[in-house]
Design a protein around this ligand. Sequence first.
Ligand code: MF3
Ligand code: CO
Length: 254
Amino acid sequence: MRQSALLVSKTLTEVAKILKAGITTLSIDQLIGSIIRDHKAVPSFLNYNGYPFNSCISVNDVVVHGFPNKHALKEGDIISVDTGVVLNGWHGDHAYTFMIGKPADEVIKLVKVTKESLYKGIEKAIVGNRIGDIAFAIQEHTEKKNGYGVVRELVGHGLGKSLHEDPQMPNYGKRGTGPVLKEGLVLAIEPMINMGKKDVFTEDDGWTVRTKDGKPSVHFEHDVCVKKGKADILSDYTHIEAAEKANANLFADY
Ligand code: MF3
Ligand code: CO
């Protein structure tokens, strides 16, 4: 499963290298499909419940499940790129939110806090804890501490020979509740955090989820293996972050 997760990380790294204003999200989706196939893996999102692309690319007020399209990215956009693979029968599924140029300060803060919340959740993904401990940590950092809206309708999930396995992994909840975490369980932990209110709606295409208030939303996702004492993060942001920095535009406070 680490190999599967790292193939997604590698794919997102290649995306990080080419991201800039002017390119279309459809061209990113095509790049993603070709990288995955070049590594003898299968893009797992394509045809999943009829999903028509290799990736979900969600810009600004799109929370998740955005369709790649021919619209050009512009300075100040934020974009969640989420993709998945099946390699040797095992799934990898993770996501990263990128900034195009320099978004407004309040948007940069939303990106930063959402990423932090993912790691706060991961800290709780240890043997003997419960799903609610992870969920609470994410909600505490985003909703309670920063006043953001935690999306309720969509959740993370177990991951393995299928893309979506039990247990569900919500980004809100109570400490000490929910399934107990056993060694070796792999979770896709994926906070979806709105700058404004938590409410979302699904467009007529049946997939695209947007914030009701039109304010931006951020999505990060890691594949995490539950262990004793310290979670093992199977996916890897290191090279994505390095490419993001080298590519242009990262500013001192992010
Ligand atoms: N990463 C998302 C998830 O965890 C996207 C999958 S939806 C798909 O559920 F249809 F695009 F596959
Ligand atoms: Co997922």
